[in-house]
Design a protein around this ligand. Structure first.
Ligand code: 3HC
Length: 286
């Protein structure tokens, strides 16, 4: 089987832009797709900022910034994915939007050996696979934010994913991208979010109940357990809308109160307080 060279990324938000960046940094040709030109421009700006940050830190040479950007093509036309070897979906965490998109990707990708991957963290891979005519080629490849910094990728096979597709995806993320892969079953939240999200929800409940200030909750976990970020700051970074969507998927799957979104989280999401990306969450970023 030829090496994975041509990448397609759908979604240029926090995760999609990071996924596109790490592929371009690994020397691969990347097509990034979004629904609008403004979303593409915002994604491109995120990648440029991150590359400049990496160059400033001496992680990449200045010349690599332009070379990496040169390997990225931004388009609103998903038909540009026809020849892609590896497509990663990284759109919002909504089942219907994702299944519709997988149906569309299946129609446009003519490369029969292509791997169709999802960066979902909580929606069953089986549902995405069954939206296509090739569920054996559909696999979960879940990155962590910030993607250029965090080394982990969760690989998730549905009951229909072929072993060969999992092996090729693993070779790609470990060999080509230099990430560490872990495997898990097709269950909402996989390994990391199934453990992390109940913890973040507990912190939100603690804050909601007036136990302590946001700053003290975060400082407690940063200084008391050496976490790089406290739970409320981390929730703001991940996005409160994303945390709620993951919590809802896990609650749907397991029906356990530990996964239930607290009312404060629901109200903040309704109010458009989505964390760092919206300028305000538990903290103000304006
Ligand atoms: N993009 C690219 N690079 C970034 C970055 C970003 N958004 N943020 C930080 N970096 C880089 C910096 O350039 C710096 O690189 P250097 O060490 O080579 O100079 C390095 O990361 C450290 O950055 P800073 O010194 O500015 O800041 P910190 O030391 O405070 O680290 C952090 C920032 C890497 C975000 C760290 O706080 C961290 O790891 N936090 C926890 C993140 C986490 O838990 N992520 C998982 C979220 S869950 C998830 O993604 C799953 C999803 O499904 C919800």
């Amino acid at each position: 089987m030829p090496k994975i060279q041509r990448i397609g990324v759908v979604g240029a938000g926090l995760m999609g832009s990071g996924i596109a960046e790490v592929h371009a940094r690994a020397g691969l040709d990347v097509v990034v797709n979004e629904v609008s030109q403004s979303a593409l421009d915002a994604g491109k700006a995120k990648i440029e900022k991150s590359l400049q940050r990496a160059a400033k830190a001496g992680k990449i040479a200045d010349a690599d910034v332009d070379a990496t950007l040169g390997r990225l093509t931004f388009t609103t036309d998903i038909e540009a994915f026809a020849d892609r070897d590896f497509v990663v979906e990284a759109i919002l965490e909504q089942e219907q939007a994702k299944t519709e998109l997988f149906g569309r990707i299946d129609e446009v990708v003519t490369n029969e050996s292509a791997i169709l991957a999802s960066n979902t963290s909580s929606i069953p891979i089986m549902k995405l696979g069954m939206a296509t005519q090739r569920p054996e080629h559909v696999v979960g490849v879940h990155f962590f934010n910030p993607v250029p910094v965090l080394p982990l990728v969760e690989l998730v096979a549905s009951v229909r994913t072929s072993d060969d597709v999992v092996a090729r995806a693993e070779e790609h993320v470990t060999g080509t991208l230099g990430k560490t892969a872990i495997h898990c079953q097709d269950r909402a939240g996989f390994i990391v979010n199934a453990l992390l999200v109940p913890y973040l929800l507990s912190a939100i409940r603690m804050y909601e109940a007036g136990f302590a200030s946001a700053e003290d909750i975060d400082e407690g976990m940063e200084k008391g357990t050496a976490h790089p970020m406290g739970p409320l700051r981390l929730s703001d970074m991940v996005g409160l809308d994303t945390i709620k969507a993951i919590a809802d998927s896990m609650y749907d799957e397991y029906k356990e109160p530990t996964y239930a979104a607290p009312p404060l989280l629901m109200r903040m999401v309704d109010a458009g307080l989505h964390g760092k990306k919206s300028g305000r969450g538990f903290y103000d970023y304006s």
